[in-house]
Design a protein around this ligand. Structure first.
Ligand SMILES: CC(C)(COP(=O)(O)OP(=O)(O)OC[C@H]1O[C@@H](n2cnc3c(N)ncnc32)[C@H](O)[C@@H]1OP(=O)(O)O)[C@@H](O)C(=O)NCCC(=O)NCCS
Length: 251
C-alpha cells in the first residue's frame, strides 16, 4: 500500500494537471487538510514537497503552496478547415519527437534533429514563453480536426516593429494533404487580425520546394536572399526571405 502522503500527492497532482487549480492559486493551507482528515501535518507537508519535486508547485511559503503556472495565461485555439492549432501540453512529447526527431523534417529546418529530452525542453520553453505578458510568441501544436494528436507545429514570434516571423513543420507521413497551408493561413490571419501585426515573414531554404510553393500560394512576396542565414546539418545555408503585409493578406 502506498504511504498516505503518496496517495494525497497523487490526487493533488491529478487535480493540478486537470486544471482544478488556477495558475498562481494557493493550495489549501496544510492545517486545513489536517482538519479535513487528510493526515497529519507531516503527511500533508511531505505530499506538498512531492508536488514541488514534480515541478507542479512552488515552494511552501506563508499560508500555502502556490500552484506553478502550468499553461498559457490565455490559451489560443484556432480552428480552420482541416486543422486545429492549440497550445502544447506536456503530453505531446512523443508526437513532437516524431516531428523534430525526424531527419526528413529537420533537413529543412534551422536546427538538427532533436532527442526526447530536447523535445521536452522545446515544449517546456513554448509553455513558459506562452505565459509571458505581453506574449511575443505563439508556438502552437497542429492537430487534425477531431484528433488531439500533434501532427505539426506553427509558430509566430514577434521580431521588429509589428512584425512576426512565421515557422511551421508537419510530420512527414502527413505531408501533401494541405495541413501546413491551412495551419499557416490560420496563424497568419490570427496575427494580422488579433495580434495587430503589420508584417509576417518566412525564411525558407532555397531548395525547400514545398515550403516555397506554400507561401507563394498564400500570397507572400519574395524579398531576397539571406546569405549563410542558418547553420544546420553541418553547414551554412542561405534562406529566401518571403513576407506578406497586413493590407495584402487575403485569408
Ligand atoms: C513544408 C511543409 C510544412 C509542407 O507541409 P504540407 O502539409 O505537406 O503542405 P501542404 O500539403 O499544405 O502543401 C503545400 C504546397 O506545397 C506543394 N508541395 C508539396 N511538396 C512539394 C514538393 N516536393 N515540391 C513542390 N511542391 C510541393 C503542394 O503541392 C502544395 O501546393 P498545392 O496546394 O498548390 O498543391 C512540410 O513539407 C514540412 O514539414 N517540411 C519540413 C519542415 C519545413 O520545411 N518547414 C518549413 C521551413 S521554412
Amino acid at each position: 500500500m502506498a504511504p498516505k502522503w503518496q496517495d494525497l500527492a497523487d490526487r493533488l497532482a491529478a487535480e493540478i494537471r486537470r486544471g482544478d487549480f488556477a495558475p498562481g492559486q494557493h493550495l489549501p493551507h496544510i492545517r486545513d487538510l489536517v482538519a479535513a482528515g487528510e493526515g497529519s501535518k507531516a503527511t500533508v507537508h511531505t505530499a506538498y514537497k512531492a508536488l514541488e519535486a514534480q515541478g507542479l508547485v512552488t515552494s511552501s511559503r506563508g499560508h500555502g503552496t502556490i500552484v506553478r503556472p502550468h499553461g498559457p495565461v490565455r490559451p489560443v485555439r484556432l480552428v480552420s478547415k482541416r486543422v486545429v492549432l492549440r497550445e502544447f501540453t506536456r503530453d505531446d512529447v512523443d508526437d513532437v519527437l516524431a516531428i523534430i526527431g525526424d531527419d526528413k523534417v529537420t533537413a529543412w529546418l534551422s536546427f538538427d534533429s532533436r532527442n526526447r529530452d530536447q523535445a521536452i525542453a522545446m515544449i517546456e520553453g513554448a509553455l513558459e514563453r506562452a505565459q509571458q505578458e505581453p506574449r511575443t510568441e505563439y508556438y502552437l501544436a497542429v492537430t487534425k480536426q477531431g484528433d488531439n494528436r500533434v501532427i505539426g507545429f506553427a509558430r509566430i514570434s514577434f521580431a521588429g516593429v509589428k512584425a512576426g516571423k512565421l515557422g511551421y513543420a508537419i510530420a512527414a507521413p502527413e505531408w501533401g494533404r494541405g495541413y501546413a497551408t491551412d495551419a499557416a493561413r490560420a496563424l497568419t490571419t490570427f496575427a494580422f487580425t488579433e495580434l495587430g501585426l503589420h508584417r509576417i515573414s518566412a525564411a525558407i531554404g532555397p531548395e525547400n520546394a514545398a515550403s516555397i510553393a506554400m507561401v507563394e500560394k498564400l500570397g507572400f512576396t519574395r524579398e531576397g536572399v539571406l546569405r549563410d542565414h542558418v547553420f544546420t546539418n553541418g553547414s551554412w545555408r542561405d534562406s529566401i526571405l518571403y513576407s506578406v503585409l497586413e493590407h495584402e493578406w487575403q485569408a
